[in-house]
Design a protein around this ligand. Structure first.
Ligand SMILES: Cc1ncc(COP(=O)(O)O)c(C=O)c1O
Length: 368
């Protein structure tokens, strides 16, 4: 049979998607099933159990939205934000800003708590903002700011928010599966992620989790969430015991996610964090030896995503294009004002291996 589509195989060393383990690809070739097939529903139960382990939460309001990471962000916000709700957002990069945009579209009164790109948000600054706005409904922070390569410490903010009426929302799109995320331990009420980064699957699913406190806020809303597709109430009627049809979930993607989760727990979560930490540090060391400068402050660098400035005189955009054209390697460009100033190199999931460090550093050395 003639092949109907072709796509050049790439080495995906950008901010995601990453290449996936062949066993996940195999799972993506399982027979298509209906969204109410008993076998498929059992798979959803297993995914929920896996995501609870991954998020480190006991909350049953944990599931995977049919959509990319952004749908996870929208799910968390649309369910708890009502017109006029106050939302405090830490903004030190592109994805903090996106949270503001989504919240504003929902009619929220957004309070930006700005911090310098490349640096983490000082927890004290967010805590002061919460004191100044005791009526805040949500305090939102990006755990792994993919635009700058910064890992945000969360414990102190979570502790402070937990003593108030506000909900602590965390973007774990880049961190989940590659670095510790402790939803219950850090008092996180709303968290979301994506399938295509450290979880090791293709894009298309967004793990989310809601705490009991967050569900209580949903219950006390004056009117139901404006989105049916992302409404946690109706989603839980499908994922929970009632099994009420909500949308035609794509069995293919969920089987892929189940396989990815099984691989994560076969490896061990701590071992997986350690693997990401080691290869991330190796890459960062090698890049610095090559004369590159790391964008994120020392001590706050993401292991799975390195934002890096090339040596003086090297055209970041030209090298990035040559990596793709000559080496079939994709790395990310800078976002917004950082476009063509830096590269964003990802070592995520299946690609978090020493061989990838050698490959990307060899290709960069050849091009520079
Ligand atoms: C921190 C962060 N938040 C949200 C998103 C949006 O996810 P998606 O592109 O899967 O919709 C991304 C995507 O890279 C991200 O890095």
């Amino acid at each position: 049979m003639a092949q109907v589509v072709t796509a050049t195989p790439r080495l995906l060393l950008g901010p995601g998607p990453a290449n996936v383990d062949p066993r996940v690809l195999q799972a993506l070739a399982t027979p298509v099933q209906g969204h109410l097939d008993p076998e498929f529903l059992a798979t959803l139960d297993s995914i929920r159990a896996g995501l609870k382990r991954l998020f480190r939460t006991s909350s049953d309001a944990t599931l995977a939205i049919s959509g990319t990471g952004s749908s996870g962000m929208e799910t968390c916000l649309v369910n708890v934000v009502e017109p006029g709700s106050k939302v405090l957002v830490g903004v030190g990069g592109y994805f903090g800003r996106r949270i503001c945009q989504v919240a504003a579209r929902l009619g929220a009164e957004v309070v930006e708590v700005a911090y310098e790109p490349g640096q983490p948000l000082d927890p004290g600054k967010m805590i002061d903002a919460l004191k100044a706005h005791p009526d805040a409904r949500v305090v939102a922070v990006v755990h792994a700011e993919t635009s700058t390569g910064v890992l945000q410490p969360l414990e102190e903010i979570g502790e402070a928010v937990s003593g108030t009426e506000a909900l602590f929302m965390v973007d774990c799109v880049t961190s989940l599966g590659g670095a510790p995320v402790e939803v219950d331990g850090w008092h996180i009420d709303l968290a979301y992620s994506c399938s295509q980064k450290c979880i090791g699957m293709v894009s298309g699913l967004a793990p989310v989790t809601f705490s009991a406190k967050a569900l209580d806020v949903v219950r006390r809303r004056k009117s139901p969430p404006s989105s049916f597709y992302l409404g946690i109430d109706v989603l839980l009627d499908y994922w929970g015991e009632k099994r009420i049809y909500h949308h035609t979930a794509c069995s293919t993607l969920y089987y892929g996610l189940q396989a990815a989760l099984e691989l994560i727990f076969a490896e061990g979560l701590e071992a997986r964090w350690q693997r990401h930490r080691e290869v991330g540090q190796l890459l960062q060391q090698r890049l610095q030896e090559m004369g590159c400068r790391l964008f994120a402050a020392e001590g706050y660098r993401l292991p799975m995503l390195t934002a890096v400035l090339p040596p003086e005189g090297v055209d970041a955009g030209a090298v990035r294009r040559a990596l793709l054209e000559q080496f079939n390697i994709e790395v990310g460009a800078g976002l917004g004002e950082l476009k063509d100033k830096l590269w964003r190199i990802g070592l995520m999931g299946y690609n978090a291996r020493r061989a990838m460090v050698d490959t990307i550093c060899g290709a960069l050395a050849a091009l520079m």
